[in-house]
Design a protein. Structure first.
Length: 140
């Protein structure tokens, strides 16, 4: 995964969007959006990945995934919170992703809905030990 050009790391107003850039992992989010979700009663996080969707050239795919985490607020609205482009789908990668959210979200009692990927579940249990962890029925 190449370096992201500077003009794609930030929004037009200069706010940082690409929060973490590692050789195998790019994590994008806006702290302001996370804060707005918290102010509107953030009650759940939903995480899921789109595997084998990391195009490098038209017609060519690089091994990896797009992992997204959405917030559910008390009013029922869902808000996209975090986007991660990663080559790996392992515990260490998910630990970094959920660790970033843990720094921003202090409520450990939040409900977290995931697919049944063991590495993601393990990372969530470490970063949010008091969270109510739930599997997504779509993935049964």
């Amino acid at each position: 995964m190449d370096d992201v050009p500077q003009d794609l790391r930030e929004l037009p107003d200069g706010e940082l969007f690409l929060q973490l850039q590692l050789p195998d992992l790019h994590v994008y989010y806006l702290s302001e959006v996370v804060e707005m979700a918290k102010q509107n009663g953030l009650c759940a996080l939903i995480g899921d990945g789109v595997h084998k969707l990391n195009p490098i050239l038209p017609g060519a795919m690089e091994k990896g995934q797009l992992y997204t985490i959405h917030a559910v607020c008390n009013n029922g609205f869902e808000v996209p919170l975090l986007f991660a482009i990663t080559r790996r789908k392992d515990y260490e990668t998910y630990k970094v992703i959920f660790g970033r959210l843990r720094e921003l979200i202090s409520d450990e009692n939040i409900r977290i809905v995931l697919d049944f990927e063991k590495a993601a579940i393990r990372a969530v249990r470490e970063k949010f030990p008091n969270a109510q962890l739930q599997g997504c029925a779509f993935h049964l």
